[in-house]
Design a protein around this ligand. Structure first.
Ligand SMILES: Nc1nc2c(ncn2[C@@H]2O[C@H](COP(=O)(O)OP(=O)(O)OP(=O)(O)O)[C@@H](O)[C@H]2O)c(=O)[nH]1
Length: 301
């Protein structure tokens, strides 16, 4: 792969993926960065962006920045803070990928759209293509959505089934500035592994709790160690909830739900880190913490 500086056609830039909860942003991100993923939470020298994933090939490098999910349902201090972080995170990126679900353009989607900076190109990505069997209906849906906002381009994908992801990458490339690659091809740091471990648990919680998901919930890595002899990971993760009854919901009947969440998270981590993982996930009740600004500061949110 040629990432040398004499390759003047090379492009590199920051991309933010935004959208209301559940439209498939994480799934899309996973497919975009694919298996040759090099993840880092190291900040680029010149920006404040937190980087979550990097796609690199021999013509471009797409650096995806972390945008905490837009929360459009529940208002409390945590969500306000998260939204503020999103607004900050998308400022200064080269392209914004705005994701929605096929055939569903809701007020929550519009709320996200309204908060985007006006001068950054926004690519309209219609996900869950597999759910839109009727192509005529889909075309009409897209045409209507395009009337609402000046999108730079539109692409339809199925993140879950990995459909048209390559096309989306090709669409994004010319929107990035001419620049050398900012990151080496295979950068993985300890910090990013911690972050990823947390994200994996978060993803399982979302998946298994569905509608029952407590809106005041956070995930924290309490301990993260790699045994230098055996290469085995020991990871302790706490899930913070607001009330006792929420703790019971997360744990599930005779602990079944928490067991499923932990097991699946461990298997995913073993694949990602390519190592044996000991994972312990437990639930902590911290009453009223979602409204406790000082506590949020402590969490670095
Ligand atoms: N049918 C279908 N389902 C999908 C597709 N992409 C994602 N999903 C599902 O949609 C759900 C939400 O996906 P996520 O990737 O967690 O969504 P998200 O936007 O990151 O959600 P938040 O983290 O809440 O902001 C999951 O159950 C996915 O499996 C798709 O292309 N087709």
């Amino acid at each position: 792969m040629n990432l040398e500086s004499e390759n003047t056609d090379y492009r590199c830039g920051f991309v933010a993926i935004v959208g209301r909860p559940n439209v498939g942003k994480s799934t899309l991100m996973n497919h975009l960065i694919g298996q040759k993923i090099s993840i880092t939470s190291k900040k680029a020298q010149t920006t404040r962006h937190k980087v979550t994933g990097i796609y690199t090939d021999d013509t471009a490098q797409l650096v995806f920045v972390d945008t905490p999910g837009y929360q459009t349902y529940h208002r409390n201090a945590l969500n306000d803070r998260l939204n503020q972080n999103v607004t900050e995170a998308v400022h200064g990126v080269d392209v914004i990928v705005f994701v929605i679900e096929a055939l569903r353009f809701t007020d929550a989607d519009r709320t996200v759209l309204e908060q985007l900076p006006k001068h950054t190109p926004v690519v309209f990505v219609v996900n869950k293509l597999d759910k839109a069997k009727d192509r005529m209906v889909l075309a009409e849906f897209i045409a209507n959505a395009e009337k609402e906002y000046q999108f730079a381009a539109t692409e339809v994908v199925s993140a879950k089934h990995g459909q048209r992801i390559g096309q989306l990458i090709e669409l994004l490339k010319p929107m990035l500035p001419h620049s050398e690659a900012m990151y080496p091809e295979d950068m993985v740091t300890d910090k990013s592994s911690r972050f990823l471990a947390m994200e994996i648990v978060r993803e399982k919680l979302f998946r298994y709790l569905g509608e029952e998901l407590p809106y005041a919930m956070n995930v924290e890595v309490e301990q993260f160690e790699i045994d230098p002899e055996t290469g085995m990971y020991s990871i302790y993760i706490a899930v913070l909830v607001d009330r006792d009854n929420q703790k019971a919901i997360v744990i599930g009947k005779s602990g079944e739900r928490l067991k499923k969440i932990s097991t699946e998270a461990r298997v995913d981590m073993e694949t990602l880190f390519d190592a044996k993982v000991f994972l312990k996930v437990w639930i902590k009740v911290k009453s009223g913490w979602a409204d406790d600004i000082r506590f949020l500061n402590e969490l670095g949110l």
